[in-house]
Write a protein that binds this ligand. Sequence first.
Ligand code: ADP
Ligand code: MG
Length: 557
Amino acid sequence: MAKIGIDLGTTNSLAVVYKDGTAVKVINSLDSYITPSAVSIDDDGKVLVGEAAKDRLISHPEVSASEFKRNMGQRYEVELKGVKYTPEELSSLILKKLKADSETFLGEPVEEAIISVPAYFDDNSRRATRIAADLSGLKVDRLINEPSAAALAYLEKNGYEDGTYMVIDFGGGTLDVSVVDVFDNIIEILSVAGNNGLGGKDFNEAIAKDFCGKNGLDYDALSLAERAVVYRASERAKIALSDMPMVMMEVPFESGKLMLTLTNQELISMSKTIFEGIREPVRKAIHDSRKKLENIDRIILVGGSCKMPTVREFIRQITGIVPDTSIDPDIAIAEGAAIFAAMKNKDLKDVVLTDICPFTLGIAVNNDILNDGSSMMSSIIPRNSTLPSSITRPYSASCNNQQKITLRVYQGENIHPEKNLFLGELNLTCPPTRFGAKICDVKMTYDINGILIVDVYTADGLAKTKAFRSNSSVLTEEEVEAMREKIEAAMLVSHEDERYRALIARAERVYEESFEDQRLALQRLLMVFRGSLDRRDPIKVQQSYKALSDLLDSLEY
Ligand code: ADP
Ligand code: MG
């Protein structure tokens, strides 16, 4: 029974399996190893996942969803065809699809997986990911942090060498920078920083706006359909520029075809603010790791946007380090997850991966400097601490003859406690203490399960202990059970059927994006294809499939 590694991404997901000493990408039913993280409900209620669903985001937005990873672990729902879906459920449909594709690809059942999550995912989001796996029928005994997975893929390929690595993961809509330390087969994340609003989509938009501007159009004033065509053409141009110095963009418009050449140099000048956005997380990750740029031995690039030569060059400029290109940015994370799965199977030598606390934990204390009755955050477990973490700090009395202690526990980075997440309160009495003298020690212990234990020791010994959950929106058993029924009942379309439906979804999307003269031909071929499917005439299905996909290829060049 195979065990797979899964990169469950915001934009794209994929599965990799480690077999006979190498990582093998799972090819899905549409012959690609990348499955867009999109879900759509078809007319007959069946569930489409991946490329077809991504196309339907444009032609059928009201029954399609994407980017739900952003809301993992939050109380959030989207309604598709009258049914409400949580991020856990939508993610479980992606996982269900990856599981099914892996089983077809490998020709054997797949029941276990290692799934990657961002290092900054808090306990809520991690638990949500586990619930999603559980709903999809996958057993997950561990989640792996994305930067650790990338480092693992790098080490497996290049040899286990101790050192300090910077992992830059630049995806469709997020940038994550981490500093990872490798020592004696222990992979420890020292820091994470990022910008969850910066990614490949920003380049697409910059190109689209520039294209319109130079053609005398206002991108924001275009119709939704027009914008979608320009946007897609822009993304295609961007991707093409990763392999060639210049591309010709052609976009069909009502008034005729608009064209523009684009070079990497031009891409750089129109994307200045995007590039500048990479600088701060890189600086912060190094700062928080307590390392210096000189200590970074290697930069590992992950995520689709790191395939851009302009991005690589910018990273080289700001760090003075030539980023490593020995691993494929698209699959590094899934590969690392697959390697870790194989280790758990004892097929490979063991490494130890550590988790970090993505936020600061502390208590509110009197503001002695202002002495105005306001309070300040006093950090006990600083963010980026390796877990499990246990830290003790002494506190002094805030008034004379103090006999009562109230500890208000918070999670967050703001100096003003009230702007952070309040986790709870602990009250106790203590022997009378004069102002400024030590009144107690506060010990905080935080483990990888998201449970925070606070112990308070006063002059007469351990006075009180209390456990807190660092989360606010835990699902109940009943809610999970209701989800399970829903997901078990959800029917993914079958393998062959999916190819047909994906072609229809693509045709409908292109129809949406094209103009009257093209629409007629498209409509005709789409009707012929649908008709042949209805009549279940295999030869006609094949012929009309080819005719329609050829036309689509020509329309999308
Ligand atoms: P995520 O981690 O957000 O799920 P990915 O790592 O798959 O996403 O990155 C997706 C982004 O990468 C998209 O914006 C896509 O346009 C971009 N991308 C993919 N391939 C290339 C390429 N060859 N050149 C430039 N950008 C690319
Ligand atoms: Mg990713």
